[in-house]
Design a protein around this ligand. Structure first.
Ligand code: ASP
Length: 421
């Protein structure tokens, strides 16, 4: 069985086991005996994220012939990431205005729901997030201490910044003088690729264990009992999913057909393992090693393009997250009885784009950054409590789209560079 099929089967088995555990009441058994394998797999992936991007980015950049070429890749990548994010937010806004998921939300249920979840969300650093300015993510890119930056996966952008600086300096120094370093990074990179191959042997077991335990731990978590609230939340979740599906099944294939040389079928077949690991882990950063490997080995994209475009994408390009933030902002506003005007919805395009760039590629990052979108529009930030109950499954779907969006832009940038050469 191919790795792809193995992961797919374990995905269903994980969900199946989770449901059985909930039905027959053996949740604790799953948490005690199955969950640890999921944590091990997740840790293996996370362990690789920082050293992998560091080495592969430096290696990738140093193999680029000149700084002009590098800035061309950089400019194209960032521009395309911005364009797709803006498209994603717009798709979200269109769907939420058509479906209007908040309509059935009973106004008298608002306060009890916020109350019920406020304890759970008080552990999250809302205050810290609220006091941030939308451009703080730019300041965050530059590390004040490299060792600190390397010690935290959330600081990925800082490591990317340093790796780009270091790699660019190697290009300036020239291939003759920097030869030992180039050889070192090239060899280390090859070894890392082997390490990923070894870890991926565990992927089916990891996916199975994570899904079963996530299901067991989040089921029964909901304090929502009113039928109308459930209905509104269901419609809201459906709106997000319809929006995400529009990206995956309509917009992305269209962009692929127009601007890349990868066939649509090969693209989706090639990146399926990365999508499944992303779906399971809800983390673009943890999935990064798999995404890079699939882009290089299955889509046959140039490794130096992949090593730049994918890590940058995993940190700043979050189409799924931005779409979700737009839908969530409008939903929460309507529950509070605030009707957003067209110009306010245009502000959402800007703020959701920035907030998704600022969201780290880790679980639940999107809902934390949503606070910034809400604050800008003067919607009560406590409103995030309204959508808390359905956030985990939506996180799984939006992460899958985030990863797909990165691979799409990588294919497009790769083609555009090949054309130039
Ligand atoms: N979990 C998402 C990711 O890693 C971010 C989010 O919460 O939207 O891509």
């Amino acid at each position: 069985m191919s790795l792809r099929s193995q992961i797919l089967v374990s995905l269903f088995l994980g969900v199946g086991l989770g449901m059985l555990a909930i039905h027959f009441g053996f949740q604790k058994l799953v948490v005690d005996w199955i969950k640890p394998f999921g944590i091990i797999f997740l840790n293996l992936l996370k362990m690789l994220a920082i050293p992998l991007i560091f080495v592969s980015l430096i290696q990738g950049i140093s193999s680029i012939s000149s700084l002009t070429q590098l800035s061309r890749i950089g400019f194209r990548t960032i521009t395309l990431y911005l364009i797709t994010t803006i498209i994603a937010v717009s798709v979200g806004l269109i769907w939420v205005n058509i479906i209007k998921p908040a309509e059935s939300f009973p106004a008298d249920q608002r306060e009890p729901l916020i109350e019920a979840y406020s304890q759970r969300i008080s552990s999250v650093k809302w205050e810290e997030t609220k006091s941030r300015s939308p451009l703080d993510f730019l300041v965050d890119i530059v590390p004040e201490n490299l060792v600190n930056a390397a010690s935290e996966n959330r600081n990925m952008l800082q490591m990317i910044f340093f790796a780009i600086l270091f790699g660019s300096a190697m290009v300036v120094v020239g291939t003759v003088k920097a030869k030992p370093l180039i050889e070192f990074f090239t060899a280390t990179n090859l070894v890392f690729i082997k390490v990923i191959n070894i870890i991926m042997i565990l992927a089916p077991l990891g996916v199975f264990a994570i899904l079963a335990s996530v299901l067991v731990e989040t089921a029964g978590d909901s304090v929502v009992s009113s039928f109308n609230v459930l209905k509104a939340l269901g419609m809201y979740a459906l709106t997000v999913i319809v929006g995400l599906a529009t990206l995956i099944f309509i917009i992305y294939p269209l962009l692929l057909a127009l601007f890349s040389s990868v066939r649509i079928k090969d693209f989706y077949k090639g990146i399926l393992p990365a999508q499944m690991v992303g779906f399971t882990t809800s983390s673009s950063v943890a999935t990064l090693p798999v995404t890079m490997q699939q882009c290089e080995e299955q889509l046959k994209l140039n490794p130096s393009t992949v090593s730049f475009v994918i890590p940058v994408g995993a940190t700043i390009n979050m189409d799924g997250t931005s779409l979700y933030q737009a839908v969530a902002a409008v939903f929460i506003a309507s529950v509070f009885g605030i009707e957003l005007t067209l110009s306010q919805q245009l502000i959402i395009v800007l703020t959701a784009t920035l907030a998704s760039i600022g969201s780290a590629g880790v679980p639940s990052a999107g809902i934390i950054m949503l606070v910034i979108v809400l604050e800008t529009l003067h919607i009560p930030a406590a409103g995030v409590a309204l959508i808390f109950a359905v956030d985990r499954p939506l996180d799984m779907f939006r992460t899958t789209v985030n990863i797909t969006g990165d691979c799409l832009i990588c294919s497009i940038v790769d083609k555009s560079l090949n054309r130039v050469q």
